[in-house]
Design a protein around this ligand. Structure first.
Ligand SMILES: Cc1cc2nc3c(=O)[nH]c(=O)nc-3n(C[C@H](O)[C@H](O)[C@H](O)COP(=O)(O)OP(=O)(O)OC[C@H]3O[C@@H](n4cnc5c(N)ncnc54)[C@H](O)[C@@H]3O)c2cc1C
Length: 393
């Protein structure tokens, strides 16, 4: 028996997110996106409202001050709604869920879990950043196998009771504004990523950790990405997350399933594209009738609608399965590829169907298209995700 009816709680959360998007977020995201300095595109106000409405801490346990929403489908529903306004807004509930999984009991003590989750819930601007990618190691960190010479180059060298970290990270989401950083380092250069990498939790403002440029992206601009520089950054060994050389396993144990929420936010961007183009095609008259009544256009819109339904069915299916079934390493990367590619196709088609207006900055289509392109590059990009699917076939 498969039941896709939403519960009262899911419907209420969806409505809460939908009202926030329509009343507060949609009116301001286009202006934020257009700001030329990428440092000005993140909105403290929207972040604060997402905290007040409980979206940021949705996934964290009630005992620490969170929303206590454990099921992935519900968080995915909120991600879709926020993604209708902007992909970056949907990063906010994903961030809380990531913190929960980063601090999973296999790698973090009760004390460490309690400290950071309580601080996260109490501070409406608290975000966590996950710093893995480096100038010379991007896809190399995500491979489903150990390749010789591949992986992070940032080093952590033991010195007394401390480790001393040196290196550089790039593209890191929320860097510069996050209060806490999960930093992947190489602790055994002779070994591959799976046996030679260790992660550390480092609070913002710690000496030796500073920030480089804020990346100026074509889209996804309300998400800040920035370089992080480590120069003789001395951290106590107690800040190690999980065992020495077990950084990758610690991360995989925790974050494996969270990619499904990136797929869920693709539903939002695709839905926005579809809603906007349907409205536009109903209002634009050419050839004596609204263009939606021209069969070629109507068929495109129908295909876009059906594709979106298929994306959502797959997201809900896999979101449910990550909570209830043994891990399937193909499932999440597979659905991420499907949803990011189709969200991009829907956004592309919407911009195309809008004719010349599709490329004008006073219409929403070009922003949606830029955002939809960017999300293909999360978590290693879509080729690497396909490798993961193929490796598990
Ligand atoms: C918006 C955004 C947010 C991000 N947020 C974060 C973050 O918070 N934390 C973080 O650590 N990183 C983050 N990243 C980085 C992201 O995970 C990397 O971009 C990704 O891992 C790919 O690395 P790269 O860009 O260096 O590409 P490269 O590894 O240089 O790859 C270049 C091309 O080669 C292909 N390729 C790579 N390796 C292989 C191979 N072995 N075989 C065949 N083809 C290959 C790739 O598919 C790609 O097409 C973010 C990126 C973006 C765009």
């Amino acid at each position: 028996m498969v039941d896709f009816r939403l519960t009262e709680k899911q419907l209420a959360l969806r409505q809460l997110a939908r009202d926030f998007v329509n009343d507060e977020a949609k009116p301001v995201v286009a202006e934020l996106d257009r700001r030329s300095n990428p440092e000005d595109c993140v909105s403290d106000v929207l972040m604060k409202r997402c905290s007040e409405l409980g979206f940021r801490t949705l996934a964290l346990p009630e005992s620490f001050g969170g929303g206590g929403v454990e099921d992935t489908v519900t968080i995915g529903i909120v991600c879709e709604e926020l993604g209708v306004a902007d992909l970056s807004l949907a990063s906010i509930p994903v961030n809380g869920r990531k913190l929960l999984h980063i601090l999973n009991p296999d790698v973090a003590s009760e004390e460490v879990r309690g400290k950071w989750m309580k601080e996260y819930c109490a501070d409406p601007a608290f975000m966590v950043a996950i710093a893995m990618t480096e100038p010379d190691s991007g896809g190399d960190n995500i491979l489903p196998y150990d390749a010789e010479g591949a992986g992070v180059r940032t080093t952590a060298v033991p010195d007394g009771d401390d480790y001393v970290i040196n290196g550089r990270k790039q593209f890191i989401a929320h860097a510069g504004i996050a209060r806490l950083y999960v930093v992947f380092t190489r602790t055994d250069p002779a070994k591959g990523m799976s046996e030679g990498c260790t992660s550390f939790l480092i609070p913002a403002g710690h000496p030796g950790m500073s920030f480089g440029r804020v990346h100026d992206k074509m889209g996804f601009r309300l998400l800040r990405n920035q370089e992080i520089v480590f120069e003789n950054c001395r951290v106590p060994k107690e800040w190690m997350l999980g065992p020495l050389h077990g950084g990758l396993a610690s991360m995989r144990a925790g974050l494996r399933s969270d990619g499904i929420l990136n797929a869920a936010r693709c539903l939002g961007v695709a839905r926005r594209a579809l809603e906007e183009i349907v409205d536009w095609c109903k209002g634009r008259v050419q050839g004596g009738k609204p263009v939606i009544e021209h069969q070629a256009i109507a068929c495109e819109l129908a295909d876009m609608h059906v594709t979106l339904q298929a994306m959502r069915a797959l997201v809900w299916n896999v979101a449910w399965s990550v909570d209830h079934e043994p891990p399937d390493p193909k499932a999440v990367p597979g659905v991420m590829v499907f949803c990011t590619e189709n969200a991009f196709e829907i956004a592309h088609k919407a911009a195309e169907l809008a004719g010349g207006m599709g490329v004008m900055k006073d219409m929403p289509f070009e922003k949606i298209l830029r955002d939809a392109f960017c999300i293909k590059h999360l978590d290693g990009g879509n080729y690497l995700k396909r490798f993961k699917v193929a490796a598990a076939l």
